[in-house]
Design a protein. Structure first.
Length: 267
C-alpha cells in the first residue's frame, strides 16, 4: 500500500521559498513532465511534494536589453518571445502538449540522477551567458548556469533565469522522428559584443560550453576547423539514444553548420 504524500501548494514566491527551505525530503513539481512519469513507473517515491503551479513563477519580461524568465514559464511561451538559440530549442522539445506543460526550470534541472533525458535548454542558456537565481540553504543565490549545473541542482529551488539580449543566435540539433523524444544533441551559438559563445547539449549528462571552439573561432579559424575542436570540449558517452562513436562522427559537422549559419546571419 502506497503512503500518501504531504502536498504543499504555495500561492506566492515567498511561500514557495519558505516551504522549500533547504530542500530536504522534498520533491518539487513544476509542470510534472519529469516527476509524474517517474512516479507512474515506480522509479521514485514522494513523501512531501511542493507543487509550484500557483506560486506566480511564470512569465517572460524585458528591461534595458535584459531578458528575465520565471522558472515556471512553460516552454511553449518561450517560442517567439525569447531570442535564439533559446526560442528554436524550446520549439524542438517534444510536442505542443509537452511544451505547454513542461517548465524552463524543470528542463534546466533535468539530468544526472534522473531517468528523464537531459535538459535541452541547458546549452542555449549557457550560450546566452545566462545566470540563474535560486533559493535554498543559505538564502538566495545567483550564479552562472554552468556553475549551477556543475554543483548539482537538487538542493536549490530555481526562481528566475536572466541573460542579455544577444546580437544573434543559432540553434541546430539532431533527433529521432518521435514527438516525445528529446534531441540526440544540440549546438547553441550566441553572438554579442563580447564575442561568440557556443554550448553543446546531449554529449554528456549536462550541457557544456565549447571553449576550444570559441577560441579557435576568435583566432580566425574557419567554421570547419573551429568546429573540429569541439571534441576537445566534450566527453562523449553511449546511451539509449546514440553511441559515443556516432556522436564523435556527427557532432563536429553539426557545429560547423551552426557556425556557418551564424556567419550568414552576420553578413
Amino acid at each position: 500500500m502506497r503512503r500518501t504524500a504531504d502536498v504543499i501548494i504555495p500561492t506566492s514566491i515567498d511561500e514557495a521559498v519558505s516551504a522549500f527551505g533547504d530542500g530536504s525530503g522534498l520533491t518539487v513539481i513544476g509542470g510534472g513532465t519529469i516527476v509524474m512519469p517517474e512516479l507512474a513507473r515506480n522509479e521514485i517515491s514522494v513523501s512531501k511534494a511542493l507543487i509550484l503551479s500557483e506560486a506566480g513563477l511564470s512569465g517572460v519580461s524585458r528591461e534595458g536589453g535584459t531578458v528575465r524568465i520565471a522558472a515556471g514559464t512553460p516552454l511553449e511561451a518561450l517560442i517567439g518571445d525569447t531570442p535564439d538559440p533559446l526560442s528554436t530549442a524550446a520549439q524542438r522539445v517534444g510536442d505542443y502538449e509537452l511544451r505547454g506543460q513542461a517548465t524552463i526550470g524543470g528542463n534546466l534541472c533535468a539530468g544526472p540522477g534522473r531517468a528523464a533525458p537531459r535538459g535541452d535548454l541547458q546549452a542555449p542558456l549557457i550560450a546566452l551567458a545566462a545566470t540563474v537565481r535560486t533559493a535554498g540553504a543559505g538564502g538566495e543565490k545567483t550564479q552562472s548556469v554552468e556553475d549551477f549545473l556543475a554543483v548539482g541542482t537538487d538542493a536549490r529551488l530555481v526562481l528566475e533565469i536572466e541573460f542579455a539580449e544577444p546580437t544573434r543566435g543559432v540553434y541546430m540539433s539532431m533527433g529521432r522522428p518521435h514527438a516525445h523524444v528529446y534531441t540526440l544533441f544540440g549546438v547553441s551559438c550566441a553572438e554579442s559584443a563580447e564575442g561568440t559563445r557556443i554550448a553543446i547539449g546531449g554529449a554528456g549528462p549536462v550541457a557544456v560550453r565549447a571553449s576550444s571552439v570559441e577560441q579557435a573561432l576568435a583566432g580566425g579559424a574557419s567554421a570547419g576547423d573551429a568546429a573540429a575542436k569541439v571534441l576537445d570540449d566534450v566527453e562523449l558517452t553511449d546511451d539509449a539514444l546514440a553511441s559515443a562513436w556516432y556522436r564523435r562522427k556527427t557532432l563536429p559537422t553539426l557545429v560547423s553548420r551552426a557556425l556557418t549559419e551564424l556567419a550568414r546571419e552576420s553578413a
